[in-house]
Design a protein around this ligand. Structure first.
Ligand code: GLU
Length: 313
């Protein structure tokens, strides 16, 4: 894979789009693809494609190919090979082993019901804050179900390129979090940190639904002595109920045949209105105009936006 021109004289920009193949590409994920692609290209950077199918029970057969075909039909161009997480379990295992050797993770025997019974306030992502029951070791007769990462007592702070400075107290917001689940699957948090580092990604541009995961990822990067990329969290498209568009909330697949009109709707959502002649023109002209016009400062500083206009097909 070739390195592109340095942005600041030292570091070549390397970004990525990392969809989970739980269904076809919908308008919400297209917005993330457009924002991450334009930010990479406008910075003379590379843009990688990674299929995040580490959560096998949520993976829909055929969805990864479908997403790739839709991106191709819309003339996105990614650099290098597409990385498939389900083929990289050895790397996640090695990272977990390293954390085990260092004592940064511990086995946990608690069931969801036991955690809920401690009635902690809900975690930032709507899950349960882990009360730390197994932190000091498994009680006699209890078997390990999952592995958890110890979190610090201090706040994690980061400067998001869109959302500004953010802080999270991991102990209060999430508690010690899972890296290997009871069903034997590696957690998204571990896979994403390992892969961003392995691929040399230094600029993450993604949906703001992942803002609450960022502190966990920074803490894991520190635990594994990996560099922290820059972060930019784009507003996510929500439905009238304020829920993020997703397969679970019944989001429809985009119709790539709509070409520049569809891409223009996504870009408009990110604070860049597109002139009529570009909207109705060829994909190649759309991309040249969009790369030249992109400015991350124009992206609305919001976590989620309900579009006023009807979404394109
Ligand atoms: N796979 C995640 C998703 O589709 C994105 C992960 C990331 O960008 O860090 O929501």
């Amino acid at each position: 894979m070739s390195l592109s021109k340095p942005v600041d004289g030292h570091t070549p920009y390397r970004g990525r789009f990392a969809p989970s193949p739980t269904g076809p590409l919908h308008f919400g994920s297209l917005v993330t693809a457009v924002g991450s692609y334009l930010d990479a290209r406008a910075n003379d950077g590379e843009w990688l494609l990674r299929i995040e199918d580490v959560d096998q029970p949520r993976t829909l057969p055929g969805a990864a190919d479908d997403i790739q075909r839709t991106l191709e039909a819309l003339a996105f161009e990614w650099d290098g090979e597409v990385l498939i997480q389900s083929r990289r379990l050895d790397l996640y295992r090695a990272a977990l082993t390293r954390l085990q050797v260092d004592g940064q993770v511990y086995p946990c025997a608690c069931s969801r019901r036991e955690i809920a019974a401690c009635s902690p306030p809900p975690a930032v992502d709507g899950g349960l804050v882990y009360p730390g029951s197994c932190r000091a070791g498994l009680a006699a007769g209890r078997a390990a179900r999952a592995w958890r990462m110890r979190v610090p007592e201090c706040e994690i702070r980061f400067d998001d390129r869109v959302q500004g400075t953010l802080r999270q107290d991991l102990a209060r917001a999430v508690g010690d979090f899972i890296l290997l689940r009871a069903d034997g699957q590696y957690a998204y948090q571990l896979a994403v940190v390992v892969d961003d580092a392995a691929q040399g990604v230094n600029a993450v541009v993604r949906g703001a639904d992942l803002l609450d995961s960022t502190a966990r990822q920074i803490w894991l990067q520190q635990g594994l002595a990996l560099p922290t990329p820059t972060y930019a969290h784009l507003p996510v498209v929500s439905n009238a109920a304020g829920e993020k568009l997703s397969k679970q909330t019944g989001a429809a697949a985009v119709d790539a045949a709509a070409g520049s009109t569809l891409l223009a709707a996504a870009l408009n959502f990110l604070g860049h209105p597109v002139p009529a002649e570009i909207r109705s023109g060829a994909l190649r002209d759309f991309w040249s105009w969009a790369v030249a016009s992109w400015s991350i400062q124009r992206v609305p500083v919001q976590r989620s936006v309900f579009p006023r206009q009807r979404l394109p097909p």
